[in-house]
Design a protein around this ligand. Structure first.
Ligand SMILES: [Zn+2]
Length: 90
């Protein structure tokens, strides 16, 4: 237990009796205007030129690791490494 000074106790009582005023409140229009930019957009997909699987545009193909006709990521090696890591982790 601790003693609350008279001044603080007074303001605590006021806070209980009258709810605190929200000073920085926005109008509904203000809130709506801000949230008008919050909608999510659907991702666009293209067909991979190498493996004909759907892939994200401007991103390396997750299926074959090709980008613009060039092999960028060794997918098989990556999967093997991951599995080896999983095994050694146990
Ligand atoms: Zn591909």
């Amino acid at each position: 237990m601790y003693m609350v000074s008279g001044f603080l106790a007074f303001w605590a009582k006021i806070g209980i009796l009258f709810n605190m005023v929200i000073r920085m409140r926005h109008t509904r229009a203000h809130t709506g205007n801000r949230r008008s930019h919050h909608a999510l957009k659907a991702k666009t997909f293209a067909v991979c030129a190498n493996c004909a699987q759907p892939k994200e545009t401007h991103v390396v193909c997750k299926n074959c690791g090709f980008y613009r006709g060039r092999k960028v990521v060794d997918v098989v090696n990556k999967v093997e490494k991951k599995q080896a890591k999983k095994k050694s982790g146990k």
